[in-house]
Design a protein around this ligand. Structure first.
Ligand SMILES: [Zn+2]
Ligand SMILES: [Zn+2]
Length: 84
């Protein structure tokens, strides 16, 4: 089951489970669409894999299978501009 992390690892923007702006890699490194397209060039900076749109978990199932609340942020080379 997907962890559904609550934020972009790069710019720390909130990415709620229903967001269509969330992008993930095969290890569930999680980024927003802006960082994916501008800073990261569609590749995960941690593993080099594809970043794809994260599927939205239906709201009715979120109660039973809640999203993660653990925020993960990691400064990447390409993210330095965003993080400052
Ligand atoms: Zn971002
Ligand atoms: Zn990754």
């Amino acid at each position: 089951m997907l962890v559904l992390r609550p934020n972009c690892e790069c710019c720390d923007r909130d990415l709620p489970p229903e967001s269509d702006l969330a992008r993930i890699c095969t290890f569930e490194c999680t980024f927003c669409a802006d960082c994916t397209e501008s800073v990261l060039g569609g590749r995960c900076p941690n593993c080099g894999g594809d970043l794809v749109r994260r599927p939205v978990r239906p709201a009715a199932l979120l109660a039973k299978y809640p999203a993660s609340t653990e925020r993960v942020t990691k400064p990447h080379a390409g993210c330095a501009d965003v993080l400052g």
